[in-house]
Design a protein around this ligand. Structure first.
Ligand code: 5GP
Ligand code: ZN
Length: 135
């Protein structure tokens, strides 16, 4: 299903031109317009799913296979030293476009880019309490 108000639906369908680096029946992979690094790409399903919660399991499995293809090609062509594969869900997590997408961000030694989080320092009891909540 497509969402008429969704820019990534239009890009994925080819209705809005994009810098496409890979395409198959399920996904289009485009370059990000505000890249964190040279080659920063976004994997977009062609159907509209707002986030990982909505993404069907079959596509969730396939998207990582596509990511693997892309990072292989990037390592070969761009000579990147590493890459981040990440995916934001919900405004609280930094999602700004509400059509599922996976970021593939090539990284270069000393590229100065910051992608991360502030490490916490819970006590053993606090960690244990979280574990008990989750299992
Ligand atoms: P999010 O913050 O939702 O995880 O990531 C959205 C990403 O989409 C951002 O990195 C942003 O630069 C990118 N983006 C937003 N609009 C467009 C667009 O129209 N074209 C392309 N190629 N990238 C976009
Ligand atoms: Zn969409």
């Amino acid at each position: 299903m497509k969402n008429d108000n969704c820019i990534f639906c239009k890009i994925a369908a080819g209705e809005i031109p994009s810098a496409t680096i890979y395409e198959d029946d399920d996904f289009r992979v485009i370059l990000d317009i505000e890249p964190a690094s040279k080659g920063h790409a976004l994997i977009l399903p062609k159907e509209h799913y707002a986030n990982l919660y909505e993404l069907p399991e079959e596509l969730a499995t396939k998207v990582l296979v596509v990511a693997k293809k892309i990072v292989g090609a990037m390592t070969e062509v761009l000579g990147c030293d590493g890459y981040n594969v990440l995916q934001n869900n919900g405004e609280a997590a930094g999602q700004t476009v509400f059509h599922f997408h996976m970021h593939v961000i090539p990284r270069f030694v000393d590229d100065g880019q910051v992608i991360g989080w502030k490490p916490g320092s819970p006590s053993a009891e606090e960690l244990d309490a979280v574990l008990k909540e989750l299992v």
